[in-house]
Design a protein around this ligand. Sequence first.
Ligand code: TMP
Length: 251
Amino acid sequence: MKKKIIYEGKAKKIFSSAKPNELIQHFKDDATAFNNKKKSIIPGKGIINNFISELLMTKLSELNIPNHFIKRINMREQIIYKLDIIPIEVVIRNVSSGSIVKRLGIDEGKVLSKPLVEFFYKKDELDDPLISDEHILNFGWATEHELEEIISLSLRINDFLSGYFMSINVRLIDFKLEFGRMWKNDELIIMLADEISPDNCRLWDTNTNKKLDKDRFRHNLGDEDVGYKEIAFRLGVLSEKEFKKVLKNEI
Ligand code: TMP
C-alpha cells in the first residue's frame, strides 16, 4: 500500500498506514523556533528524536500510561495510533526557564515549589497563547473529566521522566505534552501523543547546567546538535558509532 501524506508539521510528517486506526509519524531534521521565525536543519535530529521518543514512550507504556506509540519501523518513522488530537499544549515546569521567565520577570533556574502545569492553545496563527483551564472548559476543547485525566497523566509523566533523566545526570527543567482521544472497546481513552525528545523538553546537565536541548538552537548557543547526541548517547538508544554510520548510509 502506498503511504499518503496526511499532515506536515514543522518537525514531523504524518502519513497514512495500512490500518485505518494507525498512522506513520516521520521525524524530520528541520528545526524551527519562535513559531517558524527561526529555521534550520540539524542533521540527524529526526533519527535521534525517533529513537529517544521510542524509548520514553515504551517506558511510559510499561507504567500503564497510555500513549500513541506502537512500533518504530525504520530510522525516521514509527507507527502510532490515530487519535483525535486535543488542541492544547500542556507544559510542565520544574525549574523556571523560557517563556515563564520573560512573562513573570523571574530569574532563570529557580526550582519551583511544586511542578507547575500551564496550558497553551495550539494555534500557530495566534502564536499558541497561554490559556487557563477555564478557557479549555468554556470553549469545549476538553471536558472536566478529560482535563483531570490530562493533568494527572502529565504529573505522572513528569515524575517518571524526572527520575529517568536524573539517572543519566540530566535535570528535567520543563517539557511540553500533547494529548488525544481514542475509542477502545467502547471506552474513551486519553492518550499521550506527539513525541518526547530534546525538541520539547529542557534538559540541563546536572553537574554543569549545560543546556542539552533545542535551546542551543533557539538562542544560538553553538553546537546545536550536541544536546540531541549527548541525550541519545546517555540514554543508550544509539551509540556514537551507530549514529555516524546511520547518517552516512541514510536511506
Ligand atoms: P516555553 O518556556 O517556551 O513556554 O516552553 C516550555 C517547554 O515547552 C519547553 O520545554 C519547550 C517546549 N515547547 C515546545 O515543545 N513547543 C513549543 O512550541 C514551545 C513554545 C515550547
